[in-house]
Design a protein around this ligand. Sequence first.
Ligand code: NAP
Length: 292
Amino acid sequence: MKEKIGFIGLGIMGRAMALNIARAGYPLQVYNRTPKDTSALEALGAKTAPSPRALAQDSDIVMAMLTGPEAIDHLLWGDEGAAGAFGPDKVFINMSTVSPKYSKELGQKLAATGVTFIDAPVSGSKKPAEDATLLILAGGQREKVEALDPLFKTVGNQVVYCGEAGQGSMMKMANNLLLTLMIEGLSETLNFGKVGGLSREALLEVILNGPLGCPIFQMKCKALSSDCYDPNFPLKHATKDLKFLVDTAYEIGAPIPVGQTLFQLYSTGVFKKWGDLDVCAIMKVLEQMCAG
Ligand code: NAP
């Protein structure tokens, strides 16, 4: 008998993940702060819960895929929050990207309810969420993480055990340092070449077909060659993650000089009101810095 799942957060990632959980045959309830069209989920047998509390009451496992700490706190401890229905017989999995510090504090706060807390952010964007090929970065008690493997495999194709709760988020920070660095690096290179008189197409041909070509560059080249920044991974989320990264680096004493600069650059994109565009809109920040 499959566990009853409650899924909170039907944004770019959450909606695709919830659909895959329903397709795998798990009894599913969903909740989103702003009511959404859930007809595709309902067609697969899922129900919409009237509140996070009602969802948690009727679920064995509650999963959250939300923007970050503010949203999680609101839906756990706000009016009709899910935490009010947590107990030792339930599991709460946070899959949203948060800082390791927040994740550890969340685990400590939830301990009073007796719920099992798992910290499981993901690597992969909209398409891997749709294709159920996310990489799950899991923190928490190892045997509890292992027991969740069949559920994780409905949304992803690999689970990496990272250590105690909070270490999944630490792994996510490390991953996103490299991700934001590579996307800025590609954008900076394309802008540099373009200002120097090369076409973006020729530049991309050289980068993608040489030793520097890699899946993330392949994925982002269409957006960067067409200036079409429909969001897969919104710039505002990359900036939020860089803020967590900068804070985490200070707390643990790790130097991230380029990470600090990346935070400034990506923040500029948010200040310019490009936060809802894809992370590739970092290109617009660089273009604005050009002379003339
Ligand atoms: P999204 O499309 O912006 O969705 C955000 C979700 O959080 C929505 O359900 C939204 O509800 C909810 N939310 C935001 N603020 C809230 C609040 N104050 N109270 C209650 N609910 C709130 O984000 P996403 O792209 O799916 O990303 C979700 C998480 O996954 C983020 O932590 C992100 O960093 C991470 N992530 C994203 C990607 C990606 O490529 N997109 C990849 C890996 C990890 P409303 O609909 O009511 O606004």
